[in-house]
Design a protein around this ligand. Structure first.
Ligand SMILES: [Zn+2]
Ligand SMILES: [Zn+2]
Length: 376
């Protein structure tokens, strides 16, 4: 355990009454080396970066190629989804099917937010086996590749954010960050760092749930993302097979994909930056609403190991989800930043919008009073 960790295991969060470990400024995750932004920290080389010269890669001339099979799949998904919306809006599919689609989107979404993101990518909390199995099943319903590949890419995104080594580098524009990165060949720097982080991400494959989900991904994908979602409306309320395929597989799958894409695009462009105005990720309420709390992205890039991905008081259903499982003992060791750490960071590098957002923390008023006294 890092010596900087405060001994506050018994502190209770006032809102959730869930045990959290509050971590201070100097805390670094020992086993997950995914929280250091190399762009702003080039003089302080982190483990495994000694052989990586990002300047060389940034100077390199690179022309991405279109990956035609991936592009064709995405065009097919989005065209069929347009037809799916038409069927839903003109009530040509049964109401129960539409209800089932959105219920599935927002249930399986926790597999991304609380699962592959906060648990496996960031190790922001720990989960017992039943919860890990549940999260792996929910994540597989979304069809967004296997846990290992997703988490690895996400670690690369955080560590090399806004550089050529970022898989969905926002500097290449909205469309590249949203979907372009999935249909274009990756920058050599991304490939280099994916290989490098495989070596430092051994914790992922140590989890048997991650190993099994990766090994049986294709049959699990077919069963949980295609066969069951299509079969359930047909079997239980006699939806037509074609409608069920269009709406309950393709449209649902594509909507979930786009909600996740919005975190990479919208939440890196439009919103405010209460914690760090020098990075591009922002606080975006609409994305948070759609993505179960994942749009508070300025906070998340500053404190990626905080299981809440936002301050308390922000709408964050995934935090409520984890809190529920903490109460029944399936989630534990929830890591969170202290209020003073958050306010100090906001005062040092925020855009000044923290005090104007939601209810101010009393400690913010205290810090602001000190700053006023400093000026006088
Ligand atoms: Zn991001
Ligand atoms: Zn993250």
């Amino acid at each position: 355990m890092a010596p900087a960790l405060q001994n506050v295991d018994h502190l209770l969060d006032a809102d959730s009454q869930v045990k959290m470990r509050l971590l201070d400024d100097t805390y670094k995750l020992d086993n997950v080396n995914n929280n250091t932004d190399v762009k702003r920290d080039t003089h302080d080389k982190v483990n495994g970066d000694l052989d990586f010269d990002i300047v060389k890669y940034e100077a390199m001339e690179f022309r991405p190629q279109i990956r035609w099979p991936d592009l064709i799949v995405q065009v097919f998904l989005h065209c069929v989804t347009m037809y799916g919306f038409y069927l839903m809006l003109t009530i040509q599919v049964k109401f129960l099917t539409t209800l089932f689609v959105f219920a599935t989107i927002y249930t399986s979404g926790f597999g991304i937010t609380a699962g592959v993101h906060r648990l496996w990518s960031h190790r922001a909390y720990s989960a017992r086996l039943p919860l890990r199995i549940l999260l792996a099943l929910l994540f597989t319903i979304t069809g967004q590749r296997d846990i290992y590949t997703w988490a690895l890419d996400h670690r690369v995104h955080h560590k090399y954010s806004e550089t050529v080594a970022d898989p969905h580098d926002i500097n290449r524009g909205f469309w590249f960050a949203h979907i372009g990165w999935l249909v274009l060949t990756p920058h050599p720097a991304v490939e280099n760092r994916r290989i490098a982080l495989r070596k430092s991400s051994l914790d992922l494959m140590h989890d048997p749930v991650v190993r099994l989900q990766k090994k049986y991904f294709i049959p699990l994908f077919l069963l949980l993302n295609v066969i069951l979602p299509v079969a359930i409306p047909v079997h239980f309320w006699q939806e037509t097979l074609l409608n069920s395929f269009v709406v309950s597989f393709v449209t649902r799958f594509t909507i979930t994909l786009n909600i996740a894409f919005c975190v990479n695009s919208f939440a890196h462009i439009w919103g405010n930056k209460p914690y760090d105005r020098f990075i591009k990720s922002v606080e975006n309420k609409m994305v948070s609403l759609a993505a179960l709390g994942e749009g508070w992205h300025n906070y998340h890039h500053v404190f990626p190991w905080d299981y809440r991905t936002s301050e308390l008081g922000r709408l964050n259903l995934s935090t409520n989800f984890i809190n529920f499982f903490a109460k029944i003992g399936w989630a534990y060791d929830l890591k969170a930043a202290t209020p003073s750490m958050i306010v100090n960071k906001a005062n040092r590098s925020g855009d000044g919008s923290l005090g104007t957002m939601e209810e101010p923390d009393p400690s913010i008023l205290h810090i602001q009073a000190i700053r006023i006294n400093d000026k006088s």
